[in-house]
Design a protein around this ligand. Structure first.
Ligand SMILES: Cc1cc2nc3c(=O)[nH]c(=O)nc-3n(C[C@H](O)[C@H](O)[C@H](O)COP(=O)(O)OP(=O)(O)OC[C@H]3O[C@@H](n4cnc5c(N)ncnc54)[C@H](O)[C@@H]3O)c2cc1C
Ligand code: FES
Length: 261
């Protein structure tokens, strides 16, 4: 659906990274973890295209929808200037959500950078279903790490990694996760979102680990509704044939075995 969402809060929570709370009842009621909003940041022509952002939380009882975004260019810079009480043109919820298995009690959420956003929503829903939540969260340096306590259910266990070692494990979050596997693997499923190289490494390693794993991919988007093919990614079917699927429609969530890197 197309809606004008009212801004409740739009604040920088760590340098360069903003927490946007919107009020839009129908989107709040209809959103599932893994879906995204396609937002038009200004009403005039620049930037011309909408920008996609994962839904970081949706609260049907209060009509609230959350987004967490990092400033990377013109659109996100303009978004950061939006004030309380102003309206944002939103299309959504769009895309195919995560589909957790009913019979797997442990959920591993693995995120790089702002890829944590859709996993925060997922963590809240899975925790409400009584699942154990393990969050592996990595960034380049401690200053980029979001204050997760504010966003995660209390019983979620968090494991941090930074590439410069300024907080938690020194190195990549994928290595941190792998190091915990040695200590004993539990039956679990993995949900991951982050930079493409991180997801590629995960997908390669998981061929050996063998967990059920779903990845949320990011591609540049134009229409956001499946019409332009602009967001297509190469995929591989079970009989090893390759083809293309649209991140905005069949994704952004894919089974790790589907993506042809
Ligand atoms: C399904 C989906 C969910 C997303 N969720 C979030 C989110 O929760 N929080 C968040 O901060 N960002 C998210 N993104 C990325 C976000 O859409 C882009 O950062 C944003 O569109 C950049 O707009 P801009 O005008 O500021 O930057 P631009 O001026 O358009 O680009 C600036 C730089 O960012 C790169 N870039 C732009 N868009 C993308 C993209 N889609 N993927 C990779 N690189 C890109 C460009 O190549 C360029 O280097 C998501 C993207 C997708 C496809
Ligand atoms: S952005 Fe147009 S098909 Fe996905």
């Amino acid at each position: 659906m197309l809606a004008k969402a009212r801004v409740l809060r739009n604040e920088e929570i760590v340098p360069g990274c903003y927490y946007l709370q919107l009020e839009e009842w129908q989107i709040a009621r209809g959103s599932l973890p893994g879906q995204f909003l396609h937002v038009r940041i200004v009403d005039n022509i620049a930037p011309f295209l909408r920008r996609p952002f994962s839904i970081a939380g949706a609260f049907p009882d209060s009509g609230r929808v959350d987004i967490i975004y990092r400033i990377v260019g013109k659109g996100t810079e303009l978004l950061s200037r939006l004030g309380k009480g102003e309206y944002l043109d939103c299309l959504g919820p769009l895309g195919t959500p995560f589909s957790p298995a009913r019979d797997i009690a442990v959920s591993v959420l693995l995120a790089g950078g702002v890829g944590i956003a859709p996993l925060l929503f997922l963590a809240r829903i899975l925790s409400g279903e009584g699942k154990k939540i393990l969050v592996y969260y990595g960034a380049s340096t401690s200053g980029e790490l979001l204050p997760l306590k504010e966003f995660l259910p209390k019983k979620a266990e968090v494991f941090l990694a930074t590439e410069d070692g300024s907080a938690g494990y020194r190195g990549l979050v994928t290595d941190l996760f792998e190091s915990t596997l040695v200590a004993g693997t539990r039956r679990a499923e993995i949900f991951a979102c982050g930079p493409k190289p991180m997801l590629k490494i995960l997908a390669q390693k998981n061929r050996y680990w063998g967990y059920p794993m779903q990845l949320s991919l990011e591609e540049r988007m134009a229409c956001g509704i499946g019409a332009c093919q602009g967001c297509a990614v190469k995929v591989r079917s079970e009989d090893d044939k390759t083809g293309y699927l649209r991140v905005c429609r069949e994704g952004p969530v894919f089974d790790f075995q589907e993506v042809a890197w």
